[in-house]
Design a protein around this ligand. Structure first.
Ligand SMILES: Nc1ncnc2c1ncn2[C@@H]1O[C@H](COP(=O)(O)OP(=O)(O)OP(=O)(O)O)[C@@H](O)[C@H]1O
Ligand SMILES: [Mg+2]
Length: 238
């Protein structure tokens, strides 16, 4: 009956990977019934719709949810574009009220609902309605996932300060090691962010290349999550 939103500073920075760790942790280590939602997913060719690379399919599998994919992921677009732009291109209309009803239905079925955004908080969903507006409408505590490496201080502070200015409840920031470069920027990012963030720094999710190749090992993801992330800080919101 609680929900948590996973946003990011950009697309492709590891929201799904971190959500995978969170879902596995909540389900396997905390015994929670975990639901998932990915309201919009873009860039899906027809052949990808049931494929394991699709975020909604991965999240469903790792959470153990048996909800229908159409509920977990009400809108899919072929165009690799923000929902508003993809919908325009494909001549479709996005109905926020219908997504809202689905959200409430799914929420009622689980102990916790993990929702993955797309891109970042200023991605437009429809005219004058951005991801941040969905987060505000649902009043859902939000985790910011950002990329470990050069450039992340700017993106992370912009996202967290903007969400704060909008009155969003921020769980904290997770730096995700997408590229495994171990350069000087990556080494200094956590210290600098701790200095300037006014929200909790939750930890660095490590590079897990082999684990991704081998498919989803729930126990491995749960262990990796609990070892590296401040799970107590997250549980306070659930
Ligand atoms: N910690 C990590 N270790 C290894 N590979 C990673 C890690 N994080 C992300 N990746 C890889 O980087 C790519 C992007 O990650 P992911 O799909 O989680 O990003 P995303 O933020 O969810 O993207 P989108 O905005 O498309 O939903 C994927 O191929 C994923 O396997
Ligand atoms: Mg994703």
């Amino acid at each position: 009956m609680k929900s948590i939103f996973i946003t990011g500073t950009d697309t492709g920075i590891g929201k799904t990977v971190v959500s995978t760790g969170l879902c596995a942790f909540l389900s396997l280590h905390r015994g929670m019934d975990v639901g998932v939602m990915k309201p919009f997913e873009s860039g899906l060719a027809q052949g990808d719709r049931e494929g394991g690379s699709r975020d909604a399919v991965l999240l469903r599998e790792v959470s153990g949810s048996t909800d229908a994919l159409e509920e977990i992921n009400p809108y899919t677009f072929e165009a690799p574009l923000a929902p508003e732009v993809a919908a325009e291109t494909e001549h479709r209309v996005i109905d926020i009220d219908s997504i809202d009803r689905t959200y409430r239905d799914i929420l009622g079925r689980h102990d916790v609902l993990v929702i993955e955004g797309a891109g970042g908080v200023m991605v437009p969903i429809k005219k004058d309605f951005f991801y941040v507006d969905l987060i505000k409408q649902w009043n859902v505590p939000t985790v910011i996932v950002s990329r470990l490496g050069l450039g992340t201080i700017n993106h992370t502070l912009l996202t967290s300060r903007y969400l704060e200015s909008q009155g969003v409840s921020i769980v904290g920031v997770i730096l995700n090691d997408v590229s495994n470069e171990a350069d000087i920027a990556s080494q200094t990012n956590p210290g600098v962010l701790k200095r300037y963030l006014s929200v909790p720094f939750l930890g660095v999710f490590p590079h897990v290349a082999r684990a991704m190749e081998e498919g989803i090992n729930r126990e491995f993801f749960a262990e990796t999550f609990v070892k590296n992330i401040d799970t107590d800080a997250i549980l306070q919101f659930l």
